[in-house]
Design a protein around this ligand. Structure first.
Ligand SMILES: [Fe+2]
Length: 262
């Protein structure tokens, strides 16, 4: 078993930015392994897993900026999506005590990152289109550019597809007895952020129906908890188990909150 794998020079991809982020990911995994070996509570390990997932999500976005001109750009993005999804399933299994033994958890986390860097990142970073980008690495990569903004519109959803359509929902306001449409701007296991031309008030009860990805259809009763400038934060009232499961697995694999609203 590869226990407490650390970053070493063999994992260099040639980008200082990415190498540093990979080092941080290995550190986070090391902290997780140490916490599990020390018998830390489920709550602490769960928080550390959440930190790992959030950092990985940001890191994958950074990497994808380097691969924009690579012929296999989409394949690498899908692989990143699959990694986030695997981690989500691991987190769910961990929370529900379905993983037997600390060794198994450690092995999963080590392989999760190590395999990806070896099989995907290193070959991709040695590709001509990416090397050109590396020559300009001193330029701040967070600078605004239209292409980057466009790529942020991509929404990663299950079923191995990258979807960049808006997610539209039908909304029935059961308090005001009015129907309308809304765009889903963000989502989580607790609720949704909607953008809608219809007017809803705090505490209004809405029924939101929509399809997300190819296979998930949802119809949920929600309560308006925040309303500002035609943006509405709504909370699920009594979500179906399928809804909770879907959004829990999706969490971290979808990044809608930078979507443009038109
Ligand atoms: Fe990658």
């Amino acid at each position: 078993m590869k226990e407490n794998i650390r970053w070493d020079a063999q994992l260099k991809v040639g980008s200082e930015v990415i190498d540093n982020q990979h080092k941080v990911l290995f550190e986070l995994i090391k902290d997780l392994n140490n916490a599990m070996h020390a018998g830390a509570s489920v709550r602490i390990v769960d928080v550390l897993l959440g930190v790992l997932r959030d950092y990985a999500f940001q890191h994958f976005q950074t990497e994808e900026d380097y691969f924009a001109n690579h012929a296999d750009f989409t394949r690498h993005c899908l692989e990143h999506y699959a990694l986030i999804k695997k981690l989500n399933v691991f987190i769910l299994d961990f929370r529900n005590n379905r993983i037997q033994g600390v060794q198994k958890s450690s092995a999963f986390l080590d392989d999760w990152l190590f395999e990806h860097i070896n099989r995907f990142d290193i070959p991709f970073f040695f590709h001509e289109t990416v090397k050109v980008r590396l020559l300009h690495e001193h330029e701040p990569i967070d600078e605004f550019d239209a292409d980057r903004e466009k790529r942020r519109l991509h929404k990663r959803l299950p079923h191995n597809e990258v979807v960049d359509d808006d997610i539209l929902a039908y909304v029935y306001n059961a308090t005001k007895l009015k129907s309308g449409k809304a765009k889903i701007i963000n989502m989580s296991p607790g609720g949704l952020m909607l953008s809608s031309a219809s007017n809803h008030a705090i505490d209004d009860l809405l029924i939101v129906s929509c399809s997300i990805g190819k296979n998930f259809k949802m119809e949920e009763k929600v309560k308006v908890k925040a309303a500002h400038d035609q943006m509405y934060g709504v909370q699920f009232v009594a979500p179906a188990p399928e809804t909770i499961e879907f959004f829990t697995k999706l969490y971290g694999a979808v990044h809608l909150n930078r979507s443009k609203i038109d």
